[in-house]
Design a protein around this ligand. Structure first.
Ligand SMILES: [Mg+2]
Length: 367
């Protein structure tokens, strides 16, 4: 039997600004969701929407509103299995990040009730996961310095945030120093199909992939572009649901997909994308949202599944935060993260840090 759901609004400054083609981030808000049962066991989820709608339509405030007014009132004490949430959530169209935060909390609770590590519930088999890192700098020299630091930590994949104005400058400078670095670019939809010269030059840098070059909702244009490129396209922003992933694969809009649990609506949709992509030989990697430790722990569990064959955005907690809200913090050692053998998401709440970052709390008893 379930007892209550608590929503906490938290915020923390990033250790250094995060630059990309869409904007600059210096501060991060999130909603931390705790679902408690009658035995005092808690499951944890995190809403990864940003404060404003620069990346997706949802924001922290729209998520809070939808959780409070629609998703939480639709729940009841007798909810037996997290699988049942999809049907309940179907009464609300979209709002995937709000749904994902809540669904993740239920899966964590369920796996703790079953006394199992979360990743094992889904057939995850890896005991360690290879980690990639994002270079999001406004200066080539700083980007090169960051790569040097992350190389020392052994990261397995380097993603550089670029725009049409700086892509060639950044990538040629990096390739000059690191000929064989597992390197990719993320354009965050800032390129245009008619920029032939840009694509021709990028195609010669033997990149692992070009992530989301064109508009976030245009699968046809990406399909057209992929026909012209040697380099695989990876879709990120376009993959907002299982159906979008299916459509992208059918249209051959990409050869690789980035799965973000929050953007696709949680575990059920992420698993559906995983299984379908495996059937169609589309490699996956797990994307990051500059998140806190709870979301990182769910991502890590997702990345243990067989279809996630490319290192994801699974960097150390210390990449963004002075202190994370979980313990132990997620740590990359020699480019890998060990998956915890503990039940649930495999980490505990660091109450000192969580309380320090909390701006607002509301608890909803379940009837
Ligand atoms: Mg991206």
């Amino acid at each position: 039997m379930l007892k209550s759901i608590t929503l906490r609004m938290i915020s923390a400054p990033l250790k250094q600004p995060f630059y990309n083609a869409l904007g600059t981030l210096t501060e991060r808000e999130a909603i931390i969701i705790e679902v408690k049962d009658q035995n005092g066991i808690s499951g944890w989820g995190e809403v990864v929407a940003f404060s404003s709608p620069w990346y997706t339509e949802e924001t922290i405030k729209t998520c809070y509103y939808v959780l409070k007014e629609y998703l939480i009132p639709a729940l009841h004490q007798e909810l037996k299995h997290p699988h049942n949430l999809q049907k309940i959530f179907a009464t609300v169209r979209g709002h995937y990040m709000a749904k994902s935060g809540l669904e993740c909390a239920f899966w964590d609770l369920y796996s703790k009730q079953q006394k199992q590590p979360l990743y094992k519930l889904f057939g995850g088999s890896r005991e360690e996961v290879e980690a990639g890192v994002v270079i999001a700098s406004n200066d080539v020299k700083k980007a090169l310095q960051q790569i040097e630091v992350y190389q020392a930590e052994g990261y397995k994949r380097y993603k550089v945030k670029v725009s049409p104005h700086n892509a060639i400058e950044y990538i040629s400078a990096i390739r000059k120093e690191y000929e064989d670095l597992p390197l990719m670019v993320d354009a965050n939809s800032s390129f245009a199909l008619d920029n032939q010269e840009l694509f021709r030059r990028l195609d010669d840098f033997h990149l692992m992939m070009i992530e989301q070059p064109l508009e976030h909702d245009d699968l046809l244009l990406h399909s057209e572009l992929q026909k012209q490129l040697k380099t695989p396209i990876c879709l990120d922003e376009s993959i907002t649901s299982f159906n979008m992933a299916k459509n992208a694969i059918a249209l051959q809009s990409a050869k690789i997909l980035c799965v973000k649990m929050g953007r696709v609506g949680g575990w059920s949709q992420a698993l559906a994308i995983h299984n379908y992509s495996m059937q169609h030989d589309i490699p996956l990697w797990c994307g990051g949202m500059i998140e806190f430790g709870i979301s990182r722990a769910h991502n890590l569990a997702l990345a243990t599944l067989d279809g996630f064959t490319i290192p994801g955005d699974i960097s150390s907690s210390s990449r963004f935060w002075e202190e994370d809200i979980v313990e132990p913090e997620l740590t990359v050692v020699n480019g890998k993260v060990k998956v915890s053998a503990e039940i649930g998401i495999g980490c505990q709440i660091n109450w000192t840090v969580l309380n320090k970052l909390t701006n607002y709390i509301e608890t909803f008893p379940l009837k």
